[in-house]
Write a protein that binds this ligand. Structure first.
Ligand code: NAP
Length: 283
């Protein structure tokens, strides 16, 4: 039976660290503060936002909400982003995307000050992921995969790592962050030939393909560590991942659960990034 790499202990360690750093900043009269910018009220966004607000309060991060109606204009949203950029009391910005279709996503992303880009959406942040410079931050979900692997002391240096998925939000940055840990990384996409063999060859398999239960026993082998990034609602109405958990668990060495794995750590990465942005702003 596989070891379950639960997110809870990772979250607890990260929250403790963030709270201590918040307390140190408070002594200097600084309260790390997050701007939450939401257009409309999509159910997914509301549930993520509720988790962020709860986590922020727990570690002592302030939150300012900027809520726009779904029919808001590009100019209105850019004005809000401008306000966030200008406000020295705001250290990080969470902008919910995808934006409604009237928005020019690239232009909105480009308007955000990279120093406040705690969710890794600007090109400057992504460039930082490639170069290793601390410009902005890596996308939180990609970072969360690395945080889990490191917390559980999974060897990465020299390990064969396969990342299934190449989105800018998860797969590509995760591959780059794992490369930085000296893993030998293979990145897969929808045209990859013999995906099962490429997955089986990996010591560590990170799955971010957005296909419910698509990674089954044929892709897995004993001794592997599996990080499941996918989030779906199963036929039984329960949350599940890209990996067929019941098939994987008896085979692999260790696996992250869904829910309670990558998703929960993602929120803590976001909050920690706000604290780090506040620290960087004082440096
Ligand atoms: P995405 O933008 O849809 O990207 C999916 C990637 O998987 C694409 O690169 C695609 O390849 C690749 N892919 C699809 N089918 C494949 C196949 N048969 N073989 C190999 N590769 C295949 O999804 P995403 O935004 O990266 O998200 C991935 C999953 O993570 C989703 O389930 C999402 O809900 C979840 N997610 C979770 C969190 C969290 O905090 N836990 C955060 C964000 C996303 P192509 O590029 O060729 O199309």
């Amino acid at each position: 039976m596989a070891t379950i790499l639960k997110g809870a202990p990772v979250v607890s360690a990260m929250n403790k660290d963030a709270a201590a750093r918040c307390a140190a900043l408070a002594q200097r009269g600084i309260r790390p503060t997050l701007a939450v910018v939401r257009v409309g009220a999509r159910e997914d966004d509301l549930s993520y936002e509720a988790g962020v607000l709860k986590r922020a309060e727990k570690v002592g991060v302030g939150v300012k909400q900027f809520l726009l109606p779904a029919e808001a204009t590009q100019e209105e949203l850019l004005a809000v982003i401008g306000q966030v950029n200008e406000d020295s009391g705001i250290h990080g910005c969470l902008l919910f995307r995808p934006l409604p279709k009237q928005f020019d996503d690239a232009a909105v992303r480009a308007a955000l000050d990279p120093a406040k880009d705690i969710d890794g959406i600007t090109d400057a942040s992504l460039a930082g992921v490639f170069t290793g410079t601390k410009t902005g931050f890596a996308p939180c979900t990609a970072q969360a995969c690395v945080e889990i692997l490191k917390y559980y002391n999974i060897p990465l240096s020299g390990a064969k790592v396969t990342v299934v998925g190449r989105s800018l939000v998860v797969g590509k940055p995760a591959a780059m962050l794992l490369d930085r840990e000296n893993a030998t990384v293979t990145m897969c996409n929808s045209r990859t030939k013999d995906l099962a063999a490429v997955c089986q060859a990996a010591d560590v398999l990170v799955v971010a393909m957005g296909r419910r239960g698509a990674i089954g026993a044929d892709c897995l082998r004993q001794g592997q560590v599996v990080v499941d990034v996918g989030i779906h609602v199963g036929e039984d109405g329960k949350l599940c991942g890209d990996v067929a958990f019941a098939a994987a668990e008896p085979i692999v060495e260790a696996i992250t659960p869904v829910p309670g794995g990558v998703g929960t750590v993602t929120t803590s990465v976001l909050i920690r990034n706000v604290v780090e942005a506040a620290e960087r702003a004082q440096a």
